[in-house]
Design a protein around this ligand. Sequence first.
Ligand code: BGC
Length: 780
Amino acid sequence: MITERSYTVEPWAVRETSLDLDLLAQSESVFALSNGHVGWRGNLDEGEPHGLPGAYLNGVYELHPLPYAEAGYGYPESGQTAINVTNGKVLRLLVDDEPFDLRYGRLVAHERKLDLRRGVLERVCEWTSPAGTTVRVRSTRLVSLTQRAVAAVAYEVEPVGSRARVVIQSELVTNESLPDPNGDPRAARALKSPLEPEEDMAVGPRLRLVHRTRRSGLRVAVAADHRVEGPERTVTSSESNVDVARFTVTSVLEPGQRLRVEKLVAHGWSGARSRPAMSDQVEAALAAADHSGWQGLLDDQRAYLDDFWDVADVEVDGDEEIQQAVRFALFHVLEAGARAEQRAIPAKGLTGSGYDGHAFWDTEMFVLPLLTYTAPGAVSEALRWRQNTLDAARERAAQLGLRGAAFPWRTIEGQEGSAYWPAGTAAFHVNADIADAVVRYVAATGDVAFERETGLELLVETARLWRSLGHHDHAGAFHIDGVTGPDEYSAVCDDNTYTNLMARQNLLTAADAAERHPEQAARLGVDDEETAAWRDAAAAMNIPYNAELGVHEQHAGFTRYQRWDFAGTRADQYPLMLHFPYFDLYRKQVIKQADLVLAMYTCDSFFDEEHIARNFAYYEPLTVRDSSLSACVQAVVAARAGHLRLAYDYTAEAALMDLADLEHNTRDGLHIASLAGTWTALVAGFGGMRRDGDSLRFAPRLPERFSRLAFRLRLRGSCLRVEIGPDKAVYTLLSGPPLTLRHHGEQVTLTTDTPAVRPVPPAPQRPEPQQPPHRVPNAR
Ligand code: BGC
């Protein structure tokens, strides 16, 4: 496990200064680079040693049969797993006949640094070969945010002390052998040699490989070009075979001399384009990268990130680790979505093979909120991807005997990929989550064209689903029975409060949008009768409540269940799903992740102050946080209920999920939702930010350790800066048209002329809620 000291704490970088080979897989995730289209894990340049080699192209997957012990109607037959595509980042090195391999010889110095402002991974190391030759290697790597097909590496070698003969082999490698998957059922299935060769080429410094997946029929092309700088008599050659294309550079270096190779790599894939077309596509992308050159790519990367940080930065005074972690989080969430362009944003982004590369509700409920207020262009693209998969969702709904669209619980291409229906198909809330993301994006941007062309259709088809999935009982109340909410330790329940409240919003916002866009709505077959039925269902939505306890129920009957035997559960029996049968988890009061508590964040105007506090106090002792999606939500609601100290501890848990490998699975890829949740914990937790129609409201309050929290947001064409101190908050409109927002209920109108300064009221005093034994968050 990574200890907290694995990386130095600094505001704009994540740096490791020694190499622990046992932690390679974790650091490969932390140091992964991506732009949402191409993802390169932070593997060492030489390819070996490695934890898990990884190069991914968003949307490239292979199909495999899904095994079932017992057959059943409507079970997805085929699974999709993202595959490791042709690896363009390899540069092998030979020093005086010996492979540069850090498992041998002596590593004199080592440093890797992820630079969050420049968007590059830098490495410097000094190594003495077993035969005693010492070299210094420097490399800088980027996955371009401005040219989405392109990644690049600059690799430099110099001898230290004595002359060295060096050979650099820059390669494209396909079908790398991958380590066997470990026993964790959540870890991804690795597919062996999924790519069949179609073309290989090596001419001078130019390389190209084209392959095709066997079952899914996707064509993958990768090409590279090189620029070499070295002493006279540096020679080069190249060759290729079906799975490797290689450019070799040989030189003899005196001390003080350097050999430098700049490698530009272009990627492409398609399910439709021919082999020649794919070759041309990557050659064209390479030509564009060549035109920019290495320095041009670096400059563009910096400029892109400068623009991002200008509107997205979060500053934390009082906790340097959280300051670093939130920038690390913003960086990786941006990388996961920036150039995904009508493709999914997977739960691990493109940083590892975890969860088979699938996207979940994580995208709409955790990742898109951050991007909505910092990089809204990525949000409309992610939602267009959902729109593009509507046919599959409609087919699924029809298969299930429902109307509208039933979006998949987990998927790459749009088909349901969950083989476990109680926590897959039954988790219908994903549909309302998508609808919520549409409404949030439109409110934040005012993008009416998007609402008309994309949002409306998503809202209508999901509203139809709810109307057909639920029913009015004899007294008129509307119920949605037999569904699974966010808490996966309860399944197939009646009237899950989160689901019902989100469905209610979905039905109402669909009806409103249909009225705003009557022509388009008519084209989708919506008439007044249908919208009236949606409104009726929403108005009659049943929200289960236990009057005796004075708390809302997570689902009907939940508070009547037996409590889980927390006292009899040992620390090493968490996560519970790996030690206890689901059947027992399902029938007891025990909660994997925030569910009712999440509803109090996403639908907070439904709950009054007292209920937020009471519900939170009731559900805290039942919530075990066996999902990384929980701590950030608990942070938000703890802050809302006035438990600032607890909110702070939860924020730190979300923030350090990957930097400290808290769940011991960072090796499989980063927890993109928890990273995004770090931002949410700060902005919605301590900033108290909530949606308020087309605007925002804030109710800021800082935990004791923070002396200042400042964040920037994009809202309706303006850029807003919120700066919170212990006693006052300052709202500054940095650019754009005037904005009206609320501060602790008071309306505040902002223009770019003058900031608004408002006092921060003290937090209400309430008894500290308890957590289950062994599940108290680490106190900071
Ligand atoms: C959580 C889900 C989540 C998935 C992917 C599971 O452990 O329970 O809510 O969508 O992980 O992050």
